[in-house]
Ligand binder design. Structure first.
Ligand code: ARG
Length: 435
C-alpha cells in the first residue's frame, strides 16, 4: 500500500542522494559479518549505492576465518598486546583466510538482483597491491613477525579504479618493498584509506546498532570529543570499543563523518545514509545543528513551519510580504541543512524590552529540545543588545513560557509601539522574562 510516509521518506532521502554523488565512502566489514551470512543483504545495498554514483571502497576483516583455519590445521593462536603474532605458518593461514573472505564478498557483490543492478550494469570489483605495509617489529621483547602496519596507501591507483566506476575491495594485507606480505587489521586499513582518499565517510558495520549509553539507549550523534569521553567512561561492546577510536581519528584527520551501523538489520545502512537522523551512531566533525539569521531564501521553509500553527490559531497570520520585510528579525534552526524551527525577535525603539514571536518547531522534532534552543538564542541576542527583558503574547502556549521563566504581566508593560498594535479580540496574554 502506498502511504504519504513514502513521499516524506523520499523527500528526506533525495537531498542525500544528490549530496553523495561522486563522493568516496569507505565501508569496513568484519570477517564475522561475512562468515555469518550478513553480507548478502549488505551487498545488495552496496550495489544500490554504487548505482547512485558513489565511489566505494570496501575493506574486509578476516579474524574468524583465520581462527577457523588455525583450528583445522591444529595450529595455536598467539596474541601480544591484542595483536596477533603472525609467524610464517600463521601467515600462510592468513593468505588462505583472505581468499575465503574475499571470494565470498566478490560473489555476493556480483549477485544480480533486479533492484540493484541498474540497466544490467554489473558492478566491477578492483583489487591489487594498493597497500604498502611495514613490520610492526618487536614489541616488548616479542617479535610480531609478519604482523604489519599500514605504511602507504596508493591513492593514485585506488582513485583511478574509482574514477573508472569500479568498487575497490581491500583485504587487510599489505606488501613491503622487499616482496613480503604482512597481516594488518581491517580497522587500521579502512581508517588510513579514508583519510588518504579524503573520503566523505568511513563506515564500520557492527553487531549491535551502534554506541549504546549506560541507560541502554542508542547514541545517535557524537563529536570526536564526546566519543572520546564515552570511551573512557562507558563499557562498550567489543567491536564498538575497537572501532570508535578509529572513527574519532578519522574525523580528527579530515573525514567529515564516521558511522557505526548495524550489519545485521536489513536496510540499516540505507536508513543511516538517507535519513536525517540515521539509525546508527555518527561521529561528526562539524556541528549538526546550527542556529543562524534567516535570509530571504528561508521564507518558504518558515512559511511551511508556521502555516499549520496559524491554521490552528496558535500563531497569528503573517503574510509572505511581511515576512520578507522582517526576515532580518528571524532566526532559523537547521539540522543537517534542513530547517526545523524558527523564531523572531522584534525590538522597539526607546524600549529595553523586545518581543519574542513566531516560535515554531516542526512537529516531527518537537521532542528534540529545539524550542529551548531557539528561546536561548533569542535571550542571548537580547542580552548582547543590552535589553532588560523579553516579552511574548500568547493565547495557547502560556505554560511552555511559564515553565521557562516567563511571568504574566499586564498589557501596560508592553512598549508603547507594541501596545497600539494589540488586537484585543485575540485575547492574548502578555508574559515577560527579565534577563
Ligand atoms: N544521512 C545523514 C548522513 O549520512 C545523516 C545521518 C545521521 N546519523 C546519525 N546516526 N545521527 O550523513
Amino acid at each position: 500500500m502506498l502511504t504519504p510516509e513514502f513521499v516524506n521518506s523520499f523527500r528526506e532521502a533525495a537531498p542525500y542522494v544528490n549530496a553523495f554523488r561522486g563522493k568516496t565512502f569507505v565501508i569496513a566489514v568484519s570477517g564475522e559479518t561475512v562468515r555469518d551470512g550478513h553480507f548478502a543483504s549488505l551487498a545488495q545495498d552496496i550495489n544500490l549505492l554504487a548505482s547512485f554514483g558513489l565511489r566505494l571502497v570496501v575493506v574486509h576483516g578476516i579474524r574468524p576465518q583465520i581462527e577457523g583455519l588455525l583450528k583445522q590445521h591444529g595450529l595455536t593462536r598467539r596474541f601480544h598486546r591484542e595483536r596477533r603474532v603472525t609467524d610464517p605458518p600463521t601467515m600462510n593461514i592468513v593468505k588462505q583466510a583472505v581468499g575465503l573472505a574475499r571470494y565470498e564478498i566478490e560473489a555476493l557483490l556480483s549477485m544480480g538482483t533486479p533492484n540493484a543492478v541498474i540497466h544490467g550494469n554489473q558492478l566491477r570489483i578492483a583489487g591489487g597491491n594498493m597497500l604498502t605495509a611495514q613490520p610492526l617489529g618487536v614489541l616488548d621483547g616479542t617479535d610480531m613477525q609478519f604482523t604489519g602496519l599500514v605504511r602507504r596507501i596508493d591513492v593514485q591507483a585506488i582513485t583511478a579504479r574509482l574514477e573508472a566506476g569500479d568498487l575497490v575491495l581491500l583485504s587487510p594485507i599489505g606488501y613491503s618493498p622487499t616482496g613480503e606480505a604482512f597481516n594488518m587489521t581491517m580497522e587500521e586499513v579502512a581508517t588510513h584509506t579514508a583519510i588518504a582518499l579524503k573520503a566523505e565517510k568511513l563506515i564500520f558495520l557492527v553487531d549491535g546498532r551502534g554506541v549504546i549509553s549506560l541507560e541502554d539507549k542508542l547514541i545517535s550523534t557524537l563529536t570526536a570529543q564526546q566519543a572520546e569521553e564515552l570511551l573512557a567512561s562507558v563499557p562498550l561492546k567489543q567491536d564498538v570499543a575497537a572501532y570508535l577510536p578509529y572513527a574519532i581519528r578519522a574525523t580528527r584527520e579530515g573525514v567529515p563523518r564516521a558511522h557505526l551501523v548495524s550489519s545485521k538489520e536489513d536496510g540499516a545502512l540505507l536508513m543511516e545514509l538517507f535519513t536525517n537522523f540515521g539509525n546508527g551512531t555518527m561521529v561528526a566533525r562539524d556541528p549538526l545543528v546550527k542556529l543562524r539569521t534567516a535570509s530571504i531564501d528561508d521564507i518558504a521553509a518558515i512559511l511551511g513551519l508556521i502555516r499549520p500553527l496559524e491554521e490552528q490559531g496558535i500563531l497569528i497570520k503573517r503574510s509572505r510580504e511581511l515576512l520578507e520585510m522582517e526576515v532580518g528579525n528571524y532566526s532559523v534552526l537547521e539540522h543537517d541543512k534542513r530547517i526545523y524551527g524558527c523564531v523572531a525577535m522584534h525590538a522597539y525603539p526607546d524600549s529595553d524590552s523586545a518581543e519574542l514571536a513566531c516560535l515554531a518547531v516542526s512537529p516531527e522534532r518537537r521532542d528534540a529540545g529545539f524550542g529551548e534552543m531557539l528561546l536561548k538564542h533569542v535571550e542571548y541576542q537580547a542580552r548582547t543588545r543590552r535589553l532588560k527583558s523579553l516579552f511574548v503574547l500568547t493565547t495557547r502556549t502560556a505554560h511552555w513560557f511559564v515553565e521557562r521563566g516567563f511571568v504574566e504581566a499586564s498589557p501596560e508593560a508592553l512598549p508603547e509601539g507594541r501596545r497600539r498594535q494589540v488586537n484585543p479580540e485575540r485575547g492574548s496574554k502578555v508574559f515577560i522574562k527579565t534577563l
